[in-house]
Design a protein around this ligand. Structure first.
Ligand code: HDE
Length: 676
């Protein structure tokens, strides 16, 4: 990371390295013994005066803080954001003015429903929270990888979360929506239909945190120097494209590697394969607010990209892992209300409620009102006000004055004028009766759910049918199952009929909506494809074809693939021509689900166990539609039905093999493969 990263410089003051140091108490007194508590006699009771024991134990007893009520399971990294061009025309936000200016960022990704220790490849939305440490204060873009939300009004959030979390009487199931209370909530709160479609789609099981989109979800405002405002929505577009796992694979990964997503992010950054995301905005002029067939304030609606194009305005690169997960990732406090001049809110009732919740939750989680002083949360610009005291106060405010207005400190700290950078809320004219109601314009819950369905490719539709059949198949109440199926008849009978049949409830009467429109941008079939950083498991044994295989491995690396060797045991495997490879994993320590593709090399001396293990890996990879390559003796290890299948590249000629295999890997998955 470049030295001029101000956040990094600031954090450096707080970092400490205990290596090669003497052990001390927190008071700095050197400790002479850390294994035996102070006792009255070798077999006697421990003495109260053992200050080292007391301090060590007390600190340990208080190590835990409450986990986040939602988004408890998360992982974060540092990075930088750089705009492509000045956005002066649209916003006065300082960090978006100069294409040569880099702004430090900290990004925390998360699952929503699971607790802090839950597995990572569950079916769920992913949080995508970015903190920009700008010169004008912190701007937090606290988004998800799904562009819409379950509910329209923040007052329903506690109900939604109670329904999705493990059921209170038996605390099951962990990190899953496949249970009665979640689906009961859905059927009885039908504004959730659109988000449910996304949650049942492949978007909810990303291949990698590096390969998913991010969305601000709500409508925000950009305000420029002249005070002109426009409605905007924020997007993150991953440079590697948007790719997903398959459900069977995701479930197996939860056992084989519950840290799969954080491991992938951590390793990529350690290797220098820095995850990159382009920041985009959709912009709607104020005068066009009512030109759409949905309300632009409704958080259950997206703005189809074909109607309102996404303007890419900059790139974020994550290039440094944290030094300490608790100090940084866990103590990071995000808030959609952390905005800077040039960025403002809309009246989206979900956003308005979030503006209250985030500080409130930090007060219990981080133990008081001074969490902004924790190193990870401190802005890189100075901050001055009359707020004082409270638990864990770090700042030593000098002087006698802590109030406004005053004369003793010449009325400082003083409010800044707009020209000096003072935040001025956009002067939107509002009027109305105090009323607990929802706008009529928020009442269409199904059109965009159908738009989403219409936009899916055949295999994506099939995955949604499978996901719903799985989820509802786990629901015990037949009444809830029936209610949900009846509800989704409003979306499409092509979806509902096979689901109803799979779970054995009545196929409801057709209520197909008349939405025929689709939005190609919503389908992952239309995303970018690249072989870059894809992990290839290379199955190898003694006596493999040395030189040729070595050349193939080099060519795969040159194409930015990441081959790792798998064999029966660790150590070296000898090939012909004096070539040797070091095994990275055994059949026992790895699994096909941990790789994007398999390349079977084999060898000239294969025992039954090796063949069996290889066969298990291959069958699973094949079922998960993964690219499979085979050369030399490896070709004989393929099952008969695999030969000639899409994405299976079995070749003797090295060059033809490399070309075909790299292309197959870039495709991600081969959905046109027929399963047997
Ligand atoms: Fe959150 N949300 N949320 N949320 N949310 C929290 O804040 C809340 C919503 C999102 O990595 C909590 O610090 C309400 C939408 C992310 O630390 C809490 C409502 C979106 C994260 C909270 C929503 C999000 C949170 C829990 C409905 C996508 C993790 C811990 C009105 C745009 C941030 C915390 C991190 C976390 C409240 C809905 C994204 C309780 C009341 C919509 C990424 O304050």
């Amino acid at each position: 990371m470049s030295d001029e990263n101000k956040k990094n410089e600031q954090l450096e003051q707080y970092r400490t390295d205990d290596k090669d140091k003497k052990l001390t108490t927190n008071q700095g007194v050197k400790v002479s013994e850390d294994e035996f508590s102070l006792k009255a006699g070798e077999r006697g009771p421990t003495l109260m005066e053992d200050f080292h024991f007391r301090e060590k134990m007390t600190h340990f007893d208080h190590e835990r803080i409450p986990e986040r009520i939602v988004h408890a399971r998360g992982f974060a990294a540092h990075g930088e954001f750089q705009p492509y061009e000045s956005m002066k025309e649209y916003t006065k936000a300082g960090f978006l003015q100069d294409p040569s200016k880099k702004t430090p960022v900290f990004v925390r990704f998360s699952t929503v429903a699971g607790s802090k220790g839950s597995a990572e490849t569950v079916r769920d939305a992913r949080g995508f929270a970015a903190k920009f440490y700008t010169e004008e204060g912190n701007f937090d873009l606290v988004g998800n990888n799904i562009p819409v939300f379950f509910i329209q009004d923040a007052i329903k959030f506690p109900d939604l979360v109670h329904a999705v979390k493990p059921e209170p009487h038996n605390e099951m199931p962990q990190a899953a929506t496949a249970h009665d209370t979640f689906w009961d909530f859905i059927a009885n709160n039908q504004e959730s239909a659109h988000m449910v479609m996304w949650a049942m789609s492949d978007r909810a099981i990303p291949r990698s945190l590096r390969m998913m989109e991010g969305f601000g979800v709500h409508t925000f405002r950009f305000v420029n120097e002249e005070g002109k405002a426009r409605f905007i929505k924020f997007h993150w577009k991953p440079v590697l494209g948007t790719h997903s796992l398959v459900w069977d694979e995701a479930q197996k990964l939860n056992g084989k590697d519950p840290d799969f997503h954080r491991g992938d992010l951590w390793e990529s950054i350690e290797k220098g394969d820095y995850p990159e995301y382009e920041l985009g905005v959709q912009i709607i002029e104020e005068e066009d607010e009512f030109k759409f067939d949905f309300d632009i304030l409704d958080p259950t609606k997206l703005w189809p990209e074909e109607d309102v194009p996404v303007k890419l305005i900059g790139k974020m690169t994550l290039n440094r892992n944290v030094d300490n997960v608790f100090a940084e990732t866990e103590q990071a406090a995000f808030h959609p209300g952390h905005v800077v001049p040039g960025i403002d809110f809309s009246n989206d009732p979900l956003l308005q409620g979030r503006l209250f919740s985030y500080t409130d939750t930090q007060l219990i989680r981080l133990g008081g009102p001074n969490f902004h002083e924790l190193p990870i949360n401190r802005p890189v610009c100075p901050f001055h006000n009359n707020q004082r005291d409270g638990y864990g106060r770090h700042t030593i405010n000098k002087g006698q004055v802590s109030y406004h207005k005053n004369s003793l400190a010449e009325n400082t700290p003083e409010p800044a004028t707009e020209a000096e950078g003072g935040y001025k809320h956009y002067q939107e004219k509002v009027e109305g009766h105090k009323i607990r109601a929802r706008s009529e314009s928020f009442k269409d819950h199904f059109s965009q759910a159908t738009l989403f369905w219409n936009s899916m490719s055949d295999h994506e539709k099939d995955h949604i049918i499978q996901a719903m059949s799985f989820e509802l198949g786990k629901v015990e109440s037949e009444s809830v199952q029936q209610q949900v199926v009846n509800m989704f008849a409003n979306v499409s009978m092509d979806l509902v009929k096979p689901v109803a049949e799979a779970i054995g409830v009545d196929v409801p009467e057709a209520k197909d909506s008349n939405v025929t429109k689709s939005s190609p941008a919503l389908s992952q079939a239309n995303t970018k494809h690249s072989p870059s950083t894809r992990k290839v498991g290379v199955i190898v044994s003694e006596g493999f074809n040395g030189e040729e295989v070595a050349n193939i491995i080099e060519a795969l690396k040159a194409a930015d693939l990441q081959p790792e060797f798998i064999s029966s045991s660790l150590g070296k495997r000898k090939g012909t021509d004096g070539v040797e490879v070091t095994v990275d994993h055994t059949f026992l320590t790895s699994d096909s689900v941990l790789f994007d593709a398999l390349y079977v090399v084999g060898g000239n001396d294969l025992d039954k166990k090796f063949k069996q293990d290889t066969s298990y890996f291959l069958i699973e990879a094949f079922m998960h539609f993964k690219p499979i390559g085979a050369t030399h003796e490896g070709k004989e290890l393929l099952e008969d039905h695999m030969h000639g299948s899409p994405g299976v590249v079995a070749e003797s000629d090295s060059k033809t093999f490399v070309k075909g295999f790299v292309e197959a890997v870039a495709k991600h998955r081969h959905w046109d493969r027929e399963l047997v």
